[in-house]
Write a protein that binds this ligand. Structure first.
Ligand SMILES: Nc1ncnc2c1ncn2[C@@H]1O[C@H](COP(=O)(O)OP(=O)(O)O)[C@@H](O)[C@H]1O
Ligand SMILES: [Mg+2]
Length: 118
């Protein structure tokens, strides 16, 4: 399979967070896994991971607060975050309260209506 070269360079200044939006199958997950291979990566497409956080979204905060400095020094990636909107409240809290944290929630755009939710 031919590998398409990406021109995106998602390297933000320290403590910045960002959303990566895009239509399905445009390579968002692949890009971030390659760019940040050692990051904490929460893949909400996995049903066990989804069930864990949909029932107890606060676990994300507790786990990140307990994470090593090495982990917190890298971007934290929340793939398919739109599946659990409550996680965005936790993200909001962490952005305001965890010094230098970088959180990259991935938003999959299904439709214009859903995108307006933000
Ligand atoms: N740079 C690339 N070149 C070619 N194929 C790619 C590239 N990045 C991703 N793909 C392929 O495209 C498909 C969708 O990628 P994925 O990362 O799952 O997209 P998304 O997360 O945006 O839904 C996968 O089969 C993946 O292997
Ligand atoms: Mg994906």
């Amino acid at each position: 399979m031919e590998k398409i070269k990406r021109y995106l360079d998602l390297t933000l200044p320290e403590s910045y967070s960002t959303f990566l939006w895009g239509a399905r199958k445009t390579g968002k997950s692949t890009y971030l896994r390659q760019k940040f291979p050692d990051s904490l990566y929460v893949d909400l497409l996995k049903t066990d991971i989804f069930q864990k956080y949909v029932n107890q979204p606060f676990l994300l905060r507790e786990e990140i607060l307990a994470a090593s400095k090495e982990t917190l020094d890298k971007p934290i990636i929340l793939d398919e975050v739109q599946k659990i909107p409550q996680l965005l409240d936790e993200v909001h809290w962490m952005m305001e309260n965890i010094e230098d944290s970088q959180i990259y929630p991935l938003w999959v755009e299904h439709s214009k209506t859903q995108a307006k939710w933000f």
